[in-house]
Design a binder for this molecule. Structure first.
Ligand SMILES: [Zn+2]
Length: 391
């Protein structure tokens, strides 16, 4: 994939590391109607660790649900993941974190006009001062700090540059496209400005998907120098959610050669989160959608059977999956023959008869509004008295 873009980029996509933050346990549960049990949350965190996700984000202790998660998650022995605890701009929140002895905290403030005026009801200088004081407090207690800049994509760039020039002690800045205003080329140019002024402080992107651009904007920002992406399993999150974690790690593998994440386990995690959240995965969701490697069209079936690379975005094995030929309304005789052979049946040599069988198969597909399953294929073979080579 990389080579097809190379001629059109003004820079090289050299191998580099990108830190991944899974926000499912915080952001994902903000998706309307999602309610995860403690066991489910711990399983998701364990998946993150098994896959190699760098940070698992949770809320600080606001009530019993958060408290039991914090108490339980710190008992897990992670090999790869660290816990990052999300806080409001309050010393009392940080004190709750200190109680649990976590290393990483994030603190949140928004400097856009609307956040200053209507949410924080503070001037820019006063809010920045509060941030700096809380960051100092965290650092005095030996914490690593991510400064979560809510709505930063609607914040004037000179304000962001001022913030970057003042926050000497933070370990990461989180840039948030809270209401999804970015488009990819702007995300790139804007991030260049931020990185040029960040004095080496790593920048994480936390971009929302209200306009379907979370992944595109995240990767554009990474190309401009952002070093970390916040994502959630299946893109679950507030409103239209965020970038989907499995899609993020596939893309950074392809672009930057980052192969430390277990992609086939990522598909398993995606399916698990779909079940736990009761939010089914769209059948054609990239990477983990049930039918993204199902081939129905006759022309494509012919191609895939000759050489999968004719229509292959990436080898399905990369994500622990396989190509599948299915028989539906747009299928052709190659697919029909292949599928019947897989059940042990042989099509007759008579072309007219084959066309008749295909037409009947399509009528079944149309009436069931789907593709044929194994029973349908067996019934088809019986109806047309096809020879079974396995008997
Ligand atoms: Zn968010």
């Amino acid at each position: 994939m990389k080579e097809f873009n190379r001629d059109y980029l003004e820079f090289e996509l050299d191998p580099r590391n990108i830190v991944i933050v899974d926000s499912t346990l915080r952001e994902g549960e903000q998706a309307a109607g999602v309610a995860l049990t403690l066991d489910e949350k711990l399983r998701i965190a364990s998946y993150d660790d098994e896959i190699g996700v760098d940070y698992v984000e949770v809320f600080t202790e606001y009530g019993d649900r958060e408290r039991v998660l914090l108490e339980s998650i710190r008992q897990l022995e992670f090999r790869n993941s660290k816990i990052q605890v999300w806080n409001r701009l309050r010393k009392s929140d940080i004190d709750l974190c200190l109680k649990y002895d976590f290393e990483w905290v994030s603190i949140t403030a928004g400097f856009s006009d609307i956040h200053l005026k209507s949410k924080f009801r503070a001037s820019f200088d006063d809010l920045l001062q509060s941030c700096l004081e809380l960051i100092s407090y965290c650092k005095e207690h030996g914490l690593k700090v991510s400064l979560h800049l809510e709505d930063s994509t609607r914040t004037p760039i000179d304000r962001l540059i001022k913030i970057l020039s003042e926050v000497d002690d933070v370990d990461r800045i989180r840039d948030c496209d809270t209401v999804s205003v970015l488009i990819p080329i702007a995300a790139y140019n804007r991030m260049k400005l931020l990185v040029d002024n960040a004095r080496g402080i790593p920048i994480e992107v936390h971009y929302h998907n209200d306009r379907g651009l979370a992944l595109a904007n995240s990767i554009s920002a990474v190309m401009a120098g952002a070093s970390s992406i916040s994502a959630t399993w299946n893109g679950l999150g507030d409103k239209a959610g965020n970038a989907a974690l499995d899609e993020v790690i596939l893309l950074i593998y392809e672009l930057y050669g980052i192969d430390r994440f277990d992609l086939s386990k990522a598909v398993e995690a995606s399916l698990y989160v779909a079940e736990a959240s009761r939010i089914p995965i769209y059948r054609f969701k990239p990477v983990s959608g049930y039918d993204v490697f199902s081939v129905q069209s006759g022309i494509h079936q012919d191609g895939i059977l000759k050489n999968p690379e004719i229509y292959q975005p990436y080898p399905p094995k990369l994500v622990g999956r396989e190509w599948r030929i299915v028989l539906g309304v747009t299928s052709g005789t190659h697919g029909l023959s292949y599928l019947l052979a897989s059940r042990g049946y042989k099509l007759p040599d008579d072309e007219r008869k084959v066309r008749e069988i295909l037409a009947y198969a399509k009528s079944i597909a149309e009436s069931k509004k789907g593709y044929l399953d194994e029973d349908d294929l067996d019934n088809l073979a019986r109806r047309f008295n096809l020879e079974n080579l396995t008997r």
